[in-house]
Design a protein around this ligand. Structure first.
Ligand SMILES: Cc1ncc(COP(=O)(O)O)c(C=O)c1O
Length: 441
């Protein structure tokens, strides 16, 4: 078949079945074309995309300015290995990241994905501190290559895959809704859950700690928002142990939470900040950024990536940042507040909505089964069957909704940040109808 011949959903699905490794089965509608918040399949159906390819196309699918920047670079050259041939997109993007990242984060390394950014950050932390051990959070997600998988606090991704890197241990996530017997105030809970990290350092490490790695809002874990004061306390604990705080903003960065980086909400400057996903609006790019004192611990030859910092991806990233700074970040904060209020109303109207939470356009709806209690009797049982059924029904009605969470029971609103209030409203109305039909509420 010629490349230009029209395909169909059925053909694409058959080709996937026969030739692509089978993890695709959990995925969504085939994409023929996508524009802003709309995805079209091969059979002419259109969908409103509320998940943006797992939280990536922040400035809208096929954003014109990003496409123009990438095309202009395509006309210049495609590849020169950015660690062999210095080039303008990498130089300018690195300078730009020094401006937009918090505090004195200044020097960046560019790679191709989030998992690579995390792995590179661990290497840098080890090199800088001379220590080896790493603490991450249960239910956290940092990627699936063997180094980052060691930090990912979800056993279901690890079956038959080990061993991963040694010396990574996990502390409980600040997941208040599912924390047993939780009656404390938010600030007491922040201190209590941060203290668990200190406890894990004390009991599970030999105090040869290189880094503590956390997400400022836990995306794959189920849009878990730590309480106020938590990240500040985690930084103190980390520094008390001579380690570096790696804040993984692969999912929260680039405007997603209504600030360029979620760390800004709490005024915590990470020692190393990891980025990917929204950075180039869909072109493969990852980065980690550190202050010069830490970054300069790397010697020549310590780290490299053939494709890392691809000039087309870097040109796209520069245009993405321009777009975000042109008002999208501020609008995201506003839309997020609006959405958050609507979701609180939804939770009040449907008992199966255990909790809604999030920031900006990163909001989760946790679905529960009231007839059973969840792990450690902390809250009603997670209902992943309902979450899957709701997402399937929404898709039938032309809406692509994310599903995630450690228990796979959280609906994820992570649309392109360019989504309109009208489109969000349409999604909420459809969600209400689907929940009402599914639960007789
Ligand atoms: C916080 C976080 N870190 C790292 C990753 C891994 O990124 P990638 O899939 O680009 O390797 C993800 C992906 O979901 C993520 O959410």
């Amino acid at each position: 078949m010629s490349r230009n011949e029209p395909s169909s959903n059925e053909t694409i699905e058959r080709q996937y079945e026969e030739y692509v490794m089978p993890i695709w089965k959990s995925l969504n509608v085939p994409i023929r074309r996508a524009t802003d918040c709309t995805v079209e399949d091969f059979d002419g159906n259109e969908y409103l995309d509320v998940f943006s390819g797992i939280s990536v196309t922040n400035v809208g699918h096929r954003n014109g300015a990003v496409a123009d920047a990438a095309t202009a670079q395509l006309d210049e050259f495609v590849h020169g290995c950015s660690y062999v041939h210095p080039n303008r997109p990498v130089a300018e993007l690195a300078e730009r990241l020094a401006e937009i990242t918090p505090g004195d984060l200044r020097k960046s390394f560019f790679c191709n994905s989030g998992t690579e950014a995390v792995e590179g950050a661990i290497k840098l932390a080890r090199k800088y501190t001379g220590s080896k051990e790493v603490v991450a959070l249960e239910m956290g997600f940092h990627g699936r290559t063997l180094g980052s998988l060691a930090l990912t606090g979800n056993h279901t991704y690890k079956h038959d895959m080990g061993p991963t890197i040694n010396d990574a241990v996990h502390a409980p996530a600040p997941y208040r809704y599912r924390w047993p017997d939780e009656t404390r105030s938010a600030s007491e809970f922040a201190a209590r859950s941060a203290a668990e990290i200190e406890h894990v350092i004390g009991t599970h490490t030999s105090d040869d700690l290189a880094a503590v790695v956390v997400e400022p809002i836990m995306g794959e874990g189920g849009i878990i928002v730590p309480p106020e004061g938590w990240l500040e306390r985690v930084r103190e604990i980390t520094h008390d142990h001579g380690a570096l705080l790696i804040v993984d903003e692969v999912q929260t960065g680039y405007g997603r939470t209504g600030a360029m980086f979620a760390s800004e909400h709490v005024d915590v400057t990470p020692d190393i900040l990891t980025q990917a996903k929204g950075i180039a609006n869909g072109l493969p790019l990852g980065a980690f950024t550190a202050p010069p004192e830490i970054a300069d611990a790397f010697d020549a030859g310590d780290h490299l990536s053939t494709f890392g910092g691809n000039p087309i991806a870097c040109a796209a990233a520069l245009a993405t940042i321009d777009e975000l700074q042109g008002g999208i970040v501020a609008e995201t904060a506003e839309k997020g507040r609006w959405l958050s209020e609507r979701l609180t109303e939804l939770a009040a109207d449907f008992d199966v909505v255990g909790e809604t939470r999030g920031r900006g356009l990163m909001q989760g709806v946790e679905l529960v089964d009231l007839s059973a209690t969840g792990p450690r009797d902390a809250a009603p049982a997670p209902d992943k069957t309902l979450a899957a059924a709701v997402a399937d029904e929404l898709r039938e009605r032309g809406i692509i909704m994310g599903v995630g969470g450690y228990y796979k029971n959280v609906l994820r609103f992570q649309p392109p940040l360019t989504i309109s209030t009208e489109q969000l409203d349409r999604t909420l109305a459809a969600l209400r109808t689907v929940l009402a039909e599914a639960t007789d509420e």
